[in-house]
Design a protein around this ligand. Structure first.
Ligand code: SF4
Length: 371
């Protein structure tokens, strides 16, 4: 089978420990499970072995939780799937991204690292049960740069229990001082299936969460970062090409248990059950056929997240219509309000509009006109 998708997501479900807030598809590290996983993964990518991807994102879980020989086997699976300009991102945790693994990552073509920093305050790291220390982060950044991995992204979390505004500010300021090209923000959500959910930890209220978010925009844009997507900031145009594929609503392949992909007008989630995955790596938990109305709406939902918005040409090439004709009332309402900009080439929300994306989408959902 030949796939048209140009992006590939690989889910590595292993973690050395389970963080208190986590509700992702992950399991504790175990060498026997890793071996079976790598075998199943190699089988699952067989149908794509002649494809070349422009972006490959190896996420999790924690890919760097794998031991060195396993880590090397994992990365070696994808080397030949890279197109010439491929952005190959690896998610890494500071406590287990050793210099040896950094060298392996470079060897196999990884050219972008997304590092789970979250906060630079030891007391907050302890509360969210992350295992690294701030010094680990500095060391990993130094080693990555020393080995030529300069395209780095750091994750910063807000809304953590007992997190003060000045804690969050100093985390962002520390990140800025490292001269890192990309920063991603995450608001803590309390998921019922996480340890925090079971302990009935209360989330921060919406107003405070909003204050954290707006302060981050202020600090990061003042430091020269472009707020190119609702939760993402980049300097020198070093945006995440892989995530841009999601926001452009392009097709992408997902490998690994729990990974979600979209190909050929179908969205799917690979089985989350490891035993099922080991026996049948193609098993799915969910397959959803996407109608043209679904796809148009989801194109708006994803594309309005980004500053550049949605290309009218691309929308027309896909659906044979102009979004202004599909969502006329919403386009008028939010253009009149000054939140939506429509010109000859694109349709985009401004900074305020993006903060109210949910409201815009609810309106658009209510007025789907069949093309
Ligand atoms: S937050 Fe990340 S490192 Fe922590 S358990 Fe979840 S997937 Fe693993």
């Amino acid at each position: 089978m030949e796939s048209k998708a140009k992006s590939l997501y690989v889910h590595v479900p292993f973690c050395e420990h389970i963080c208190a807030y986590c509700d992702f598809m992950r399991v504790g590290y175990h060498p026997l499970l890793v071996k079976k996983y790598l075998d199943a993964l190699a089988k699952q990518l067989q149908p794509y072995k002649n494809d070349r991807f422009d972006t490959i994102y190896i996420g999790g879980g924690t890919p760097t939780a794998l031991h060195e020989d396993e880590f090397s086997s994992l990365l070696s699976l994808f080397t030949d799937l890279r197109s010439q300009q491929c952005e190959m991102t690896l998610e890494a945790n500071p406590e287990n991204f050793s210099e040896e693994k950094i060298k392996m990552a470079v060897h196999y073509g990884v050219n972008r690292i997304s590092l789970g920093v979250q906060t630079t305050h030891p007391h907050l790291l302890k509360i969210i049960t992350r295992k690294h220390q701030p010094a680990d982060v500095s060391q990993v950044i130094e080693l990555c740069i020393a080995h030529g991995l300069t395209n780095l992204s750091l994750d910063a979390m807000y809304g953590l229990p007992f997190q003060k505004m000045e804690d969050f500010e100093s985390t962002l300021e520390w990140m800025i001082a490292q001269n890192i090209p990309h920063i991603s923000l995450y608001a803590l959500t309390i998921e019922p299936n996480s340890a925090f959910g079971r302990q009935r930890i209360e989330p921060v209220d919406n107003e405070l969460e909003g204050q954290f978010y707006l302060r981050a925009i202020e600090i990061l844009t003042a430091a020269g970062y472009s707020h190119y997507e609702i939760s993402n900031f980049a300097k020198n145009d070093q945006m995440s090409q892989h995530n841009l594929a999601y926001w452009h609503y392009d097709d992408f392949v997902a490998l690994g248990p729990g990974g979600s992909g979209k190909e050929h007008h179908q969205r799917y989630t690979n089985t989350r059950n490891l035993e099922t995955y080991f026996n049948d790596e193609t098993a799915k938990d969910e397959r959803i056929e996407l109608s043209i109305e679904d796809e148009m709406f989801e194109t708006m939902m994803m594309g309005l997240r980004v500053k550049e918005g949605i290309s009218l040409t691309r929308f027309y090439q896909r659906y044979g219509v102009d979004p202004k004709d599909i969502y006329p009332k919403s386009v008028k309402k939010y253009s009149d309000r000054g939140w939506l900009r429509v010109d000859d080439t694109s349709i985009a929300l401004n900074e305020t509009g993006r903060q109210f994306l949910h409201d815009v989408l609810v309106d658009m959902m209510g007025e789907v006109i069949k093309p």
